[in-house]
Design a protein around this ligand. Structure first.
Ligand code: HEC
Ligand code: HEC
Ligand code: HEC
Ligand code: HEC
Length: 207
């Protein structure tokens, strides 16, 4: 059987399925997770097995940014940047040092530590920020449906489903396990909400 498009709702067959690469021992989860002896250096990291980025990042800044921002990426963003920094090898996990570094400039969003040209991450987004900046919805009141049309569709507030520890992180907009927006649709890279008509942006921004 020819390989079809990745099934909606699963990591299988996506860019995050390294089971066809020799280094993965034919497994999927092991590159990022381990059931035992995980790396706990990043707070809230889920049983982490991948080498954590050592890059020093320059964060986004602008005169109109109201949100408080961490000095360096935290939480899930730090985990994503442990491959998407274009410096830490994809096959560095389980204590082994690998050699395959992400080469595509568009995929390596944190290359050379530069996050100045990316949507801000590791910023606090709570009800208070929405009061300061009425151009944002109150995340504790605004509802969202993520993974629409997939087999793991969930609905709840923006705060519950998109903001780990009340912060915008890479995982606010992306689901690392899931290309589940509109089955078979291209150009929706692991997005929790579709970018068609900028639906994902309008989930948080009151524009
Ligand atoms: C490319 C790296 C990567 C791979 C491969 C991966 N994960 Fe994850 N996983 C993450 C990251 C990063 C997070 C934290 C972000 C989040 O919670 O969305 C996470 C979070 C989780 C969580 C906790 C949050 C939740 O969604 O329930 C579970 C459980 C999990 N992964 C299970 C798995 C399993 C099982 C596999 C293999 C089938 C797997 N992961 C493969 C990166 C990965
Ligand atoms: C173990 C390494 C690793 C980790 C950890 C990882 N990724 Fe990736 N990711 C990759 C690779 C490799 C690709 C393919 C890059 C390419 O096309 O050159 C990729 C591709 C992507 C893409 C593009 C998918 C597409 O269809 O174009 C997105 C979006 C993405 N990752 C987001 C994330 C987010 C968000 C996290 C954390 C929650 C994360 N990744 C964690 C290795 C990783
Ligand atoms: C506010 C929402 C949001 C946040 C936060 C976010 N992204 Fe994205 N990302 C998107 C959207 C939307 C796209 C699709 C852009 C397009 O196709 O025009 C995208 C695209 C990507 C791509 C594919 C780029 C390409 O053209 O191949 C990668 C890789 C990626 N994001 C990784 C990350 C990582 C890593 C983080 C955290 C450092 C992150 N994203 C944070 C919304 C976000
Ligand atoms: C999960 C919620 C969320 C999503 C989804 C989201 N944003 Fe944001 N965005 C924020 C927050 C919070 C800020 C910080 C606003 C502030 O402090 O002024 C922000 C900041 C920005 C800024 C910088 C504002 C400044 O003053 O410098 C721009 C521009 C922006 N977002 C555009 C977008 C676009 C375009 C999309 C869709 C691709 C998007 N955002 C998706 C929450 C989100």
């Amino acid at each position: 059987m020819a390989a079809g498009p990745a099934l909606s709702g699963t990591i299988v067959g996506t860019d995050h399925d390294f089971s066809a690469s020799g280094f993965s021992l034919g497994q999927i989860c092991v590159v990022c997770h381990t059931p035992h002896n995980s790396d706990t250096s990043v707070t809230t990291a889920p049983l982490w097995n991948h080498t954590v980025t050592q890059t020093n990042f320059t964060m986004y800044s602008s005169p109109t940014l109201d949100a408080a921002q961490d000095a360096q990426p935290t939480g899930t963003s730090k985990l994503c940047l442990s491959c998407h920094d274009g410096a830490t090898a994809i096959d560095s996990f389980g204590g082994n040092t690998g050699t395959f570094v992400m080469s595509s400039a568009t995929a390596a969003v944190g290359k050379n530590g530069d996050l100045t040209n990316d949507h801000p991450i590791s910023i606090t987004y709570d009800a208070a920020l929405a009061t300061t900046d009425p151009g944002l919805h109150d995340p504790t009141a605004k509802s969202v449906i993520i993974g629409e049309n997939g087999d793991k569709t969930r609905s709840g507030t923006v705060a519950d489903l998109m903001l780990p520890s009340n912060k915008v992180q890479c995982s606010s907009c992306h689901d690392v396990h899931n290309n589940f927006v509109a089955p078979g649709t291209d150009g929706e890279p692991f997005l929790k909400v579709s970018k068609a008509k900028s639906k994902i942006c309008l989930t948080c921004h009151n524009k």
